[in-house]
Design a binder for this molecule. Structure first.
Ligand SMILES: Nc1ncnc2c1ncn2[C@@H]1O[C@H](COP(=O)(O)OP(=O)(O)OP(=O)(O)O)[C@@H](O)[C@H]1O
Ligand SMILES: [Mg+2]
Length: 277
């Protein structure tokens, strides 16, 4: 874990099981992915790769296949063809404990936060450590002192330490998303997949969540892939933009190079205004 202070967010102290890959290893590689549901072909030969410290935004019209791509990348869905590799290891080749190890290094953040409503912020973040503790400890919610301190550090990092004991369902949407990010950090991920993380938030909260995700990518060397609907936010916060249209990648370029022509390739039917780019 790189412990710099990019974006004002410093790296947290990791427990000793640090098996972080070297900086030259791509964190996420998707190669030749195909996925159909019945006769509908949703992903068609999708390939992408995300390196350490990169925040990549995936853009595309509704139904383009973004969530399907995320679910395949998170191993929540099996592709019909193609491979997903995390930190150099092909998920399909891994079995048992090694597969679980690779999967826990991919953290997923959703639009609706997916916190356990009746549990506190801290207990939700500790859930991010479940892949690291023996099952019986998880069932009994008996986490080590080290895990608890780490979870508190993750909450502090997202600015939520003072809410550690508050029930998740009494937090605001932006606060819940911060707790979800802290839970992702507690997994000590090499990849964070965020599927529309700001779609339920107001503009100010959206910006602060994206700022946080960018700081985590840049400070920790995590590969963050973020599915967004707002082109202007993608251009402002992402290092690179990937456009998905009808299940195919139509652009994959640095955010600084995005122009109206690039946006028109992603949204061919839409009228693009100056404020969107
Ligand atoms: N489990 C499923 N069974 C059948 N069809 C599915 C399933 N999951 C997704 N699809 C179909 O796959 C296509 C792509 O869906 P997906 O959710 O990946 O789109 P998306 O790009 O995430 O859209 P949005 O921006 O609206 O979230 C859609 O036509 C959808 O109906
Ligand atoms: Mg979706």
């Amino acid at each position: 874990m790189r412990a710099t202070s990019a974006g004002g967010v410093s790296g947290v102290v990791a427990p000793p099981d640090a098996d972080v890959p070297g900086d030259t290893v791509q964190r996420l590689v998707v190669a030749g992915l195909h996925k159909s549901f019945g006769t509908r072909s949703v992903l068609k030969d999708v390939s992408l790769s995300v390196g350490p410290g990169e925040l990549v935004a995936v853009l595309g019209p509704s139904g383009a296949g973004k969530t399907t791509l995320f679910r395949c990348a998170a191993a929540l869905l099996s592709p019909d063809k193609g491979t997903v590799s995390v930190a150099g290891a092909r998920l399909a080749d891994l079995r048992g404990g090694t597969r679980r190890l690779a999967r826990r290094r991919v953290a997923v953040i959703f639009q609706q936060y997916n916190l356990v409503r009746r549990l506190s912020a801290l207990q939700n973040v500790l859930a991010g450590r479940l892949g690291y503790v023996p099952a019986w400890r998880g069932w009994l919610r008996r986490f080590t002192r080290e895990d608890t301190i780490f979870a508190l550090e993750c909450l502090e990092r997202v600015g939520m330490l003072e809410y550690a004991d508050q029930r998740a369902d009494t937090l605001s949407g932006g606060q819940q998303q911060r707790v979800a990010i802290a839970r992702a950090l507690a997994q000590r991920p090499v990849v964070i997949l965020a599927d529309e993380p700001v779609s339920s938030l107001d503009p100010r909260s959206s910006e602060s969540i994206l700022e946080l995700l960018r700081a985590i990518a840049h400070a920790d060397g995590v590969a963050v892939v973020c599915n967004l609907h707002q082109v202007h936010l993608a251009c402002e916060y992402a290092d690179r933009l990937i456009g998905l249209a009808q299940g195919r990648i139509v652009i994959d370029i640095p955010a600084a190079l995005v122009d109206a022509a690039a946006v028109a390739r992603i949204y061919p039917q839409a009228e693009i205004t100056d404020t969107q780019v």
